[in-house]
Design a protein around this ligand. Structure first.
Ligand SMILES: Cc1cc2nc3c(=O)[nH]c(=O)nc-3n(C[C@H](O)[C@H](O)[C@H](O)COP(=O)(O)OP(=O)(O)OC[C@H]3O[C@@H](n4cnc5c(N)ncnc54)[C@H](O)[C@@H]3O)c2cc1C
Ligand code: FES
Length: 275
């Protein structure tokens, strides 16, 4: 994990209220001890690192308020990192208003991402809703790079809320559902998932999106006998297990910290096995 200064290299608007923000490392930064390759205060021309499902805490150089950085899943790593920002409030509005060349402070990569399947004969389904698409695009690319076949099931309220859909279509087989039927199949994303699991009951399912969707995806997957991992969101202040702001109760009643125990969890540990 590193704490570093970055510079915005490119910004795109992949859907309304969303910005895909690419950045490169400029130099390592300081108040936290880091284990970064570049070392304290040195020029940071090293790559942005991370695994699918890991995240970064990001803030711009916008003065004191809001003081806390915001959490974003990594969409890309390498010479440039990328995050998808959905503009929902103060911090994301400020990030969405930034320009190419502006400076960011980035802490990461953080958390535990998805465990990649070692055995994929049973099939792989990625199920995304809303901004949960971000870590799954990264995962889809990683699976494609390692030659693993997958289906990507992407649900939204309307066809205007499907950032990165063109890109997913270039990586793998994509099925879209919208609640208003404006694009793809009308209905919820669990419908094509149920069909997929009927044909592939021992599949591996990876999901990120609104909690109600994750719970439904987990229920359908467990009922079919599939393995399911879900990436959760929770309000975060530190992103590294210190503030305890992201605590959730797991199915056994134990506290888990989304930032350091997750964000990716086996669904049965969070939602149980009840269908
Ligand atoms: C591990 C993780 C990964 C995330 N990945 C992404 C991502 O890839 N892209 C993205 O756009 N967002 C992502 N988020 C959510 C993002 O961090 C919040 O949307 C952001 O912090 C809101 O900041 P704000 O200042 O704009 O909103 P605020 O002004 O603080 O709040 C605006 C509204 O958003 C709600 N909100 C605030 N934080 C969260 C949160 N963490 N989860 C759900 N609702 C929240 C508030 O309750 C309020 O209704 C992620 C969150 C986590 C924990
Ligand atoms: S965000 Fe501080 S402990 Fe998780």
């Amino acid at each position: 994990m590193d704490y570093f200064k970055a510079r915005i290299t490119r910004m795109e608007i992949p859907a309304r209220d969303h910005v895909l923000l690419r950045f490169t490392r400029v130099s390592n930064n300081f108040p936290f001890p880091t284990q970064g390759k570049a070392g304290m205060g040195s020029r940071g021309d090293s790559d942005i690192e991370g695994e699918p499902g890991q995240f970064v805490m990001v803030r711009g150089s916008w003065g004191a308020h809001p003081i806390l950085p915001r959490a974003f899943s990594l969409v890309e790593v390498g010479k440039e990192g990328a995050i998808l920002v959905r503009n929902v409030g103060e911090g994301t509005n400020l990030l969405a208003s930034m320009k190419q060349g502006d400076e960011l402070l980035v802490l990461g990569p953080l958390g535990h991402g998805f465990s990649l399947p070692s055995e994929t004969g049973g099939g792989v389904a990625l199920v995304a809703g809303g901004v949960g698409v971000a870590p799954l695009v990264f995962l889809a690319q990683r699976l494609a790079d390692t030659g693993i076949e997958q289906v990507f099931l992407y649900g939204a309220r309307t066809g205007d809320d499907l950032p990165l859909r063109d890109r997913i279509g270039k990586i793998c087989d994509l099925t879209i559902t919208t609640e208003d039927g404006s694009v793809g199949e009308k209905g919820l994303v669990t419908a094509p998932l149920e069909r997929f699991l009927q044909a592939n009951p021992s599949a591996s399912v990876f999901s990120c999106g609104p909690e109600a969707m994750l719970e439904a995806v987990a229920r359908v997957s467990v009922a079919a006998g599939a393995q399911c991992q879900v990436a959760l969101e929770a309000p975060m202040a530190c992103g590294m297990g210190v503030c305890k702001g992201c605590a959730i109760l797991d199915v056994s009643g134990e506290y888990k910290y989304v930032c350091s125990d997750g964000p990716a969890f086996e669904s049965v540990k969070i939602f149980g096995r009840e269908s």
